[in-house]
Design a protein. Structure first.
Lengths: 330, 323
């Protein structure tokens, strides 16, 4: 095992896949000498040259489509969108083209495209550079959505995403880029569609994604001191949504909380809870299922406002205490 | 012809922008800023020349590198610094920060963080002015990077076919982040793109405040008289990094030094001295005056309260209750 950062893990996955497969290339803005806005591709230009680290003009709408076209032709493009917020410019190519081409043409084509984009708040970049966008694409069939939370799963999931024959939206978190974690020396994959039990516990299941996994782990430490045992399930893949592990967990803990950074309304929590409500795990519940999401506001600039806009460790603690205590409708 | 007073006012405005940017950087270095910023040091001649050339009743749209636009439009420096520091007294009550400073009262329709996204908004404002039979014009600022976004071409087309009162002003500072114009624009001038729409396209020295003034003045007249838009490219240079973090890996020290010789402020001051419109001591006094204004504004910002986190949901919808 060795210790690397989340950012390095993503870079390693790209480098190893690019060495192995000539069809893989990275495309995006300022990904050459600048290394991308967050330095993820730093140094890659030197090894792979300007055609495989292909710098684009500021033209997201078109170069996302260029990625789709190249993928149709058998290339395996990784398109980097500098901030997930700018996916609005890419949206047609992602939503109407990449996601639907295969289906519309009766299965004639595969679109092995990865779109990597950092999302999330906490950097003081305000409303147009801080959003969580997974819910925007959550109800688009044909796209897979992956949200890695640590260096180990970031590297393993990105390799799986590059090898996948479908468009995969790979949403990184800005605040995680410099987080360190252990990864194996040997080649490995983390499969898409498999949530991970981050921590076992008995009293409540918390489903998390991305940075919320860290916050839930911290919250769980505190709650454990109070005698509340928490199980944490890190989703890793948001779409297709696999709730099997969550169902099993809920049958054991009898309580469920879904924590996510994106806006509460229309977010992933509602869908997860609906699926559990429709499953027989529902019969095992000792409490209503709850969501803890971001407030329904654009992300504000001021640090305190920004903190208040998305779930923090103390919010998770409070919510769990509330759920476990029992007087939900008092 | 510009009067001496007008020219001195332009010089002072450029100094004010420079001082604002340098102070902003210092505050940033002192860790007083949570977030990012994009400084326009070296590019002051463009907002000043352009905004002196339009009427105060005309409109602008701004960009992520927008401090200069706001100051040239008459922005309140106290509210600007307060916003930069995320204070409740700031232009956006701490919601927007450096990148989103706007003053709709002063007819600055906002600064966007989505590069290129301000251009169609300017076109829409120009459309509304036409529909309302108003004689105001809209001046859209955008960068060389933005000129590669689809919305730029699409907006230019609409403004042209509808003969809208709009001025497209491209601040070509040679780079979009690390991407050199030389590599990402295939023709010598961004203004060459105007020919595809059959409208005037003009490239000028964006370090020359008078050249900017005269060109924008002519474009404003054209727009106001119903003849439609003009595409102006003002060539300039960004003296500082792209944003808070920038190691200048994509350009050379020599190149930066070469451009610094064309500093729009020192060259303009020298010209004014040459023709006897400005004395050295007047220039020094002007700088002192500007610094005093900046210090006062910063003090106001630092002493101002933070917004209350309980109000985080305020301003989402227009139909909210006043509390
Ligand atoms: C749609 C979009 N893509 C990318 C970015 C990231 N970004 C911010 S500023 C910038 C460069 C903009 O270049 P230009 O338009 O020339 O303006 P300048 O920064 O040089 O003033 C980039 C790539 C963004 N904010 N919006
Ligand atoms: Mg530029």
């Amino acid at each position: 095992m060795r210790e690397i950062t989340y950012k390095e893990a993503i870079r390693e996955a790209m480098i190893e896949k690019m060495r192995e497969d000539e069809k893989v290339f990275l495309m995006g803005e300022d990904i050459g000498v600048y290394g991308g806005a967050f330095g993820v591709s730093m140094g890659m230009l030197k090894e792979f040259g300007p055609w495989r680290i292909l710098e684009t003009p500021m033209s997201e709408a078109a170069f996302t489509g260029v990625g789709v076209g190249a993928a149709i032709m058998g290339m395996r493009p990784i398109v980097e969108i500098m901030f997930a917020d700018f996916l609005t410019f890419s949206a047609d190519q992602l939503v109407n083209q990449a996601a639907k081409l295969r289906y519309m043409t009766g299965g004639q084509v595969k679109i092995p495209l990865v779109i990597r984009a950092p999302q999330g708040s906490g950097t003081g970049a305000a409303a147009q550079h801080s959003q969580n966008v997974e819910a925007w694409f959550f109800n688009i069939p044909g796209i897979k959505i992956v949200v890695p939370s640590n260096p180990y799963n970031a590297k393993g999931l990105l390799k799986s995403a590059i090898e996948d024959d479908n468009p995969v939206l790979f949403l990184e978190h800005k605040l995680l880029y410099n987080k360190k974690g252990k990864i194996p020396e040997d080649d490995y994959r983390v499969p898409l569609g498999q949530p991970h039990i981050e921590k076992e516990g008995d009293d409540i299941t918390i489903v998390t994604t991305s940075i919320m996994t860290y916050r839930a782990i911290e919250a769980a430490k505190k709650l454990e001191e109070e005698g509340i045992s928490v199980e944490i399930i890190d989703l890793l893949t948001i779409k297709p949504l696999n709730t099997e592990i969550i169902e099993k967990s809920v049958k054991k803990t009898h309580r469920l909380l879904v924590v996510y950074e994106g806006c509460l309304t229309g977010g992933i929590g509602g869908e997860i809870i609906a699926k559990i409500a429709e499953s027989n795990a529902f019969l095992y519940l000792d409490a209503p299922m709850f969501r803890l999401g971001g407030k329904d506001v654009p992300i504000p600039y001021n640090k305190n406002l920004e903190r208040a806009a998305v779930p923090q460790i103390e919010d998770i603690i409070k919510k769990v205490r509330f759920i476990v205590k029992g007087d939900w409708y008092a | 012809m510009l009067t001496r007073d007008e020219k001195l006012a332009m010089l002072e405005k450029m100094l004010l922008i420079r001082a604002f940017e340098e102070k902003a950087e210092k505050l940033f270095m002192r860790n007083l800023v949570h977030g990012t910023m994009h400084l326009s040091v070296g590019e002051e001649a463009i907002p000043v020349g352009a905004i002196f050339a339009i009427k105060s009743t005309d409109y602008i749209t701004s960009t992520h590198r927008g401090h200069g636009h706001m100051i040239a439009k008459g922005g309140d420096l106290k509210k600007m610094f307060a916003e930069f520091l995320g204070k409740d007294t700031g232009y956006c009550h701490g919601r927007g920060g450096s990148m989103h400073i706007a003053d709709f009262g002063l007819r600055n329709l906002g600064a966007t963080g989505i590069v290129g996204a301000g251009i169609p908004i300017a076109t829409g404002a120009a459309l509304a002015l036409k529909m309302q039979n108003k004689s105001d014009v809209v001046l859209a600022f955008f960068g060389d990077g933005a000129a590669n976004e689809g919305v730029f071409f699409e907006s230019l087309n609409m403004a042209t076919i509808w003969k809208l009162p709009e001025i497209f002003l491209c601040e070509n500072n040679q780079y979009a982040m690390s991407s050199p114009v030389k590599r990402f624009v295939p023709t010598p001038n961004i203004s060459d793109r105007a020919s595809a729409f059959g409208i005037p396209g003009i490239s000028i020295d964006g370090m020359d405040v008078i050249a900017v003034y005269e060109t924008v003045k002519a474009a404003a007249e054209r727009a106001r008289s119903g003849k439609g838009p003009t595409l102006i490219e003002a060539k300039t240079y960004r003296f500082k990094g792209h944003s808070k973090s920038d190691k200048n890996l994509y350009r050379t020290k020599e190149e930066i030094e070469e451009w610094k010789k064309k500093d729009p402020i020192t060259t303009f001051a020298a010209r004014l001295m040459e023709i006897g419109d400005l004395q050295q001591n007047e220039f020094e006094n002007m700088k002192e005056k500007v610094n005093a204004i900046i210090e006062e504004a910063v003090k106001f910002a630092i002493d101002s309260p933070e917004p209350d986190p309980k109000t985080v949901e305020k301003f989402v919808y227009a139909d909210e209750k006043e509390n």
